[in-house]
Design a protein. Structure first.
Length: 249
């Protein structure tokens, strides 16, 4: 089943759940199976969250959002998830076993949309390079040609989506960190307008507002619908983009 679902976008996978053709637990298990089989060559998913994902997908508390039950990956910088490791590509934080205590605002919105986090993805140290080759975890490889780079800094996210591990994954962009890996891996990668998505509660802005949070996806409709789900100001944001006249989707 995992390979049959591998290249459906998130909208299509959510529709299967909505029509009760598949359960969230089945979607999540298919993603975990494909990660187990494919990630060894790619090194895109560096922190699996499989047991938490299974429990969440099978439980009765999964939010009834537009992407209910769809498996998702979170990039290992800026956005952190409650109770999970957070290393930002750094050997020091990995050695310390650093764990974050709470969700960022963006992560909370991803959860409210019904997405199920199956793991966290590789990044260069502190997201500082246009390739993904940290000493802490080693290089991520491009699924189209493992001898080539997946780009960066969202290289783990892009490689995972391009290889069909998940239909969409969290990414962020200051100087090309969504756009470069999306181009290298053949995906949709939109850097939203400054202030469209929140970096809170830990930060009001980064790089004088140049950093934006969003996703890499397989389809334009997913990128738009996910922006509908996560856009908007949150407490402490120093500024925000005007709301759109109509939904992005």
């Amino acid at each position: 089943m995992s390979d049959e679902l591998a290249f459906l976008d998130a909208t299509a996978q959510a529709d299967l759940v909505r029509r009760r053709k598949l359960s969230p637990a089945e979607l999540v298990e298919a993603a975990i199976d494909r990660i187990d089989r494919v990630n060894g060559e790619l090194n895109a998913v560096i922190i699996p969250l499989f047991e938490k994902a299974r429990a969440e997908a099978a439980g009765g508390a999964l939010p009834d959002g537009p992407f209910r039950g769809v498996p998702f990956l979170v990039k290992e910088i800026f956005a952190h998830t409650a109770g999970d490791p957070y290393h930002a590509g750094m050997k020091l934080l990995r050695r310390l076993g650093w764990v974050e205590r709470e969700d960022t605002y963006l992560v909370a919105k991803f959860r409210a949309a019904g997405l199920v986090f199956v793991g966290r993805t590789n990044v260069p140290e502190l997201g500082s390079l246009p390739t993904t080759e940290p000493d802490a975890y080693g290089p991520t490889r491009n699924p189209w040609d493992p001898t080539r780079s997946s780009g960066g800094s969202s290289g783990g996210a892009a490689a995972a989506v391009a290889a069909g591990l998940v239909p969409a994954a969290h990414a962020n962009d200051g100087g090309g960190s969504i756009r470069i890996p999306a181009s290298a891996c053949g995906l949709v990668g939109l850097k939203p307008t400054r202030g469209r998505t929140s970096l809170g509660p830990d930060a009001g802005e980064s790089w004088a507002g140049a950093v934006a949070e969003h996703v890499v996806t397989r389809s334009v409709r997913d990128t738009a619908a996910l922006l509908d789900a996560v856009a908007g100001p949150m407490p402490g944001d120093p500024y925000f983009a005007p709301p759109p006249a109509r939904p992005f989707r």
